[in-house]
Design a protein around this ligand. Structure first.
Ligand SMILES: *[C@@H]1O[C@H](CO)[C@@H](O)[C@H](O)[C@H]1NC(C)=O
Ligand SMILES: *[C@@H]1O[C@H](CO)[C@@H](O)[C@H](O)[C@H]1NC(C)=O
Length: 880
């Protein structure tokens, strides 16, 4: 039997934003561990192999690491793999002293219960988090007994997408120590034939690697091997440190003699389409650029630099315009103008003179751009066969004009009316990327992050290059009626040079003899139809050679693409439709063993289903992904209403007070998507002083409701009332009771607090503060804590809810004020520059009498500048 000590391993994958939301203590814990391992030399990692098999762009990668604990005590062994964010983990196994513990993909709800149990017992042993721009990191540590051997094996799959004329596969290499057998082995099989293939390591030149790296291709097969000897791994001839640390990138492309290629195996087909040599369709481009105050400095310089470079590349037949938005909207020209040399010269001058200023009015900026494109078309100012695109760049959230994301989305959707794509570029982290993505997706575009870094200008320019050359518009891929099932997306507004359209599906009749597909599109000069006819017998022969790869790759490719598209659609779906999309994506994830945002990988001890060891989760995209650790940051309001917003990325908190008349009802949370609202009513103290300087105010009554779920809870300092449909139940603060129904659970802890949970993902705690009955001033009041909000949508608003979005602030210029314990500072937040004061508040969630101190930056004047709008905007007429 394995002599290893069983830890409980928990792995959770987090996307960029969710990752930054992960409590710091965890990240530190892991850092410490890996440092420790570097120092303690008992663990010998003697083999690491990365094996990649790519068949028709579908990559199947297996990372295997073997280690032995040569120390005389138990030691922790870590296994780190960085994999592309677009990949799905499909398998993970641990083998300890010959005993294998396999992974199973389960629905997240099921797996998460184990996770929470383990976390509550303090047994976290690993996690996966975002790492860099394109990767996320899978980490697991296992305690291994003296003398024991351990093998980790992780498998992930991914459909490689064509960008700028090539497929790119990233492998992050970072063994942290010399490894006796280190090997990367990639086999590529492409039925169209391989036209180029290259492999590069960022950490060393290919020359220096010499014999360690080989790459070759011929016909349909390509091969890359990287096998550095121990000596070749040393960072210097006598060093024991490894120089292997960085990206290993394989790039290739396939022959393009034919515009399309269809492959069919076992009744599943995939259709690749990328015609060459067509003339570029002239474009009408409107750049809508954020010039608000937060763009000041490097971001603005990089943006101008990128725009100037883009101007160099604009083709003379194109039309363009610039729209700059801050609080106001400025346009370069009243109408789109042709990119003649004179106009380009004038545009350069205009770009060089852009100045940052003011607030962020995304709505008006976009609407102006859209109406300009619409007008140009209506008034025939642009060529008949041209195509339009709109590219918006912003670095923050809308904060003036129409600033409600749902409303902006509605306005934009109505204005564009599906006529052309909107591309949203989000510059930096201080913005609501979900909103940008959702808006772009519903207008046939995409959103891209521009990372704040020295190459931000190149990222911007690179994006433009991708969309600079539309070869076809209104592309439709058609198959014979009634011959095809379960088709993936088959209409595209544009086909851009250097990309590829991929459609997959299932044949109704597996044994059909020939297969025909038409791709229709509008070109620069005429309308085109590309017809692809496949002789099934011939294709079978051609595909036979790939037996050595994996037989069902087309079926898996189809499943991957279908899940990806379902998850994407789900982002903008509501109610029943969302549930249906979720159910379909979940079914496929389970069937094909993919760790997606809806599933988790659970590693079990054999014959012991109860004792689950490891869970790997795929993060949801954007900030409010599908899954967060139960130790998420939280938000609360307590006392004389003191609002506390924890910002875990900063390991810090922001606080503010709201001073309002007793009787006033304030909106704390409002989520139009999930239907949650939480409102609180202010009460005064016993003196009833009208002087707002000295009077104390509190929340005396809270209303928690979800109209979609048809229930309401009213909490006062005396009683708790629940309504569900027509039924009403009333409880007192002297009860200890749990009420559960339809995913809702309300637990009253006698005289302490109420915990309200809505399934998994939304949990509130209401704390009761009871004061001495005869206290001359104070009276009983309530505190309200949001301990889990990850199921709430990105459109959540309200005094607390608005901070559930990804959100950042910078504090500088800390200087002492009149009270040395309370220094002042300048805070830049939501494009405002505020003077703030260091202070502290109490968190009474765990202990209502003493509380825990929370240090925070206090924003004066009812949170002005921090909260969207002014505090009186949050006054609502009544509790529900
Ligand atoms: C997972 O990997 C293990 C070890 O290679 C293998 O035995 C098992 O069949 C794999 N499971 C799946 C579902 O592919
Ligand atoms: C989703 O809806 C479609 C029809 O709109 C239906 O055929 C399908 O069964 C539904 N899927 C699930 C999983 O509910």
């Amino acid at each position: 039997m394995a002599s290893a000590q069983w830890p409980c391993l928990i792995l959770a994958l987090f996307s960029v934003l969710v990752a930054s939301g992960f409590p710091r203590s965890h990240a530190r814990l892991l850092e410490k561990r890996s440092l420790l391992e570097g120092e303690v030399n008992g663990i010998d990692v003697y083999s690491t192999k990365i094996s990649c098999k790519v068949t028709s762009r579908f990559a199947h990668n297996v990372v295997t690491t073997r280690a032995v604990n040569r120390a005389d005590t138990a030691k922790e062994v870590s296994f780190d793999v960085e994999l592309p964010k677009t990949a799905f983990i499909t398998n993970f196994t641990l083998t300890i002293d010959g005993v294998t513990y396999p992974g199973n993909v389960k629905e997240k709800e099921v797996a998460k219960k184990q996770y929470e149990k383990a976390v509550s017992q303090g047994k976290t042993a690993g996690l996966v988090k975002a790492s860099g721009r394109k990767l996320e990191k899978f980490t697991v540590s296992v305690n291994v007994a003296a003398g024991s051997k351990i093998t980790f094996e992780l498998t992930y799959e991914e459909l490689l997408k064509r960008h700028k004329g090539k497929y790119e596969m990233y492998l992050k290499v970072q063994p942290k120590q010399l490894v006796k057998h280190f090997e990367i082995e990639a086999d590529i099989f492409e039925p169209q034939g391989i036209s180029t293939l290259d492999a590069e390591a960022s950490f060393i030149t290919n020359d220096l690697l010499g014999s360690a790296l080989t790459k070759s291709f011929s016909g349909k097969k390509g091969h890359v091997s990287f096998k550095p000897s121990l000596d070749q791994q040393r960072s210097c001839p006598t060093c024991t440190e490894s120089l292997l640390n960085g990206d290993f990138t394989i790039t290739y492309d396939v022959n393009r003699e034919s515009p399309a290629n269809v492959q069919i195996v076992n009744g599943y087909f995939v259709h690749f389409f990328a015609p060459q040599g067509l003339p570029t369709v002239p474009k009408n481009v409107v750049f809508v650029i954020d010039i608000s105050g937060s763009m000041h400095g490097r971001k603005m310089e990089q943006t101008k630099d990128a725009l100037l470079k883009i101007l160099d590349d604009v083709k003379e037949e194109d039309y363009l315009n610039f729209i700059l938005f801050s609080g106001d909207v400025i346009t370069w020209k009243d109408n789109l103008v042709q990119a003649t040399p004179e106009n380009i010269q004038e545009a350069r001058t205009f770009v060089r003179n852009i100045q940052d200023q003011g607030m962020t009015n995304i709505n008006d900026g976009l609407l102006r751009g859209i109406s300009m494109l619409n007008k140009a078309r209506e008034e025939h100012r642009v060529p008949e066969r041209s195509t339009s695109i709109i590219i918006m760049l912003t670095d923050g959230d809308a904060n003036t004009g129409e600033s409600r994301p749902p409303k902006i989305q509605e306005n934009v959707r109505n204005a564009i009316g599906g006529k052309f794509p909107l591309y949203n570029l989000g510059f930096g982290d201080n913005l609501n990327f979900n909103f940008l993505e959702s808006m772009a997706l519903e207008n046939h575009g995409i959103a891209r992050r521009i990372y704040e870094d020295s190459d931000a200008n190149l990222q911007l320019q690179g994006f433009y290059e991708e969309v600079a050359n539309p070869l076809l518009t209104s592309v439709e891929v058609e198959y014979p009626e009634n011959a095809i099932l379960d088709l993936t997306k088959n209409t595209y507004q544009h086909f851009y040079d250097g990309s590829e359209i991929v459609v997959a599906g299932r044949l109704v009749d597996k044994d059909m003899n020939n297969f025909k597909a038409d791709v229709k599109g509008h070109g620069a000069i005429n309308d085109l139809t590309f017809t692809e006819e496949v002789d099934m017998m011939e294709m079978e022969k051609a595909l036979q050679k790939q037996d050595y790869i994996f037989g069902n790759y087309i079926e898996r490719l189809w499943a991957y693409l279908t899940i990806e598209q379902l998850l994407e659609k789900r982002k903008n779906a509501l109610g029943d439709e969302k549930e249906n999309l979720t159910a379909q994506a979940l079914d496929l994830s389970l069937k094909y063993h993919f760790v997606t945002p809806l599933t988790s990988m659970v590693v079990t001890k054999p014959e012991d289903n109860e004792n689950q060891m490891a869970i790997a989760d795929k993060p949801g995209e954007g900030g409010h992904g599908d899954y967060q650790s139960p130790l998420t940051p939280y938000y609360y309001v307590d006392g004389d209403p003191h609002f506390i917003i924890q910002v875990p990325e900063k390991d810090d908190a922001i606080c503010f007070n709201i001073d309002e008349e007793p009787g006033t009802v304030l909106s704390l949370i409002e989520d139009p998507i999930t239907g949650f609202t939480v409102n609180g009513q202010i009460i005064g103290d016993k003196r009833g002083s009208p002087n707002s300087e000295t009077r104390k105010t509190y929340f005396g009554k809270l209303g928690i409701a979800n109209t979609q779920m048809d229930f309401w809870i009213e909490v006062t300092t005396e009683k708790i009332t629940l309504w569900n449909a027509a039924a009403q139940s009333t409880f007192s603060w002297l009860d200890t009771v749990t009420v559960t129904q339809d995913g809702l659970s309300v637990t009253i802890n006698r005289k302490k607090n109420i915990v309200v949970s809505f399934g998994d993902g939304v949990t509130f705690v209401v704390v009761l503060h009871q004061v001495w009955k005869k206290h001359p001033v104070h009276q009983d009041f309530l505190g309200f804590y949001v301990v889990d909000s990850h199921r709430m949508s990105a459109q959540t608003h309200g005094l607390l809810g608005q901070f559930f979005h990804p959100f950042d602030f910078k504090v500088s210029d800390i200087h002492s004020g009149s009270d040395p314990a309370k220094p002042h500072a300048t805070m830049v937040v939501k494009n405002h520059r505020l003077t703030v004061t260091r202070g502290s508040q109490k968190d009474y969630r765990k202990d209502v009498s003493i509380g825990t101190k929370v240090d925070c930056w206090f924003v004066h004047n009812n949170g002005q500048g921090l909260i969207d709008g002014v505090h009186s905007d949050y006054i609502v007429p009544d509790l529900f």
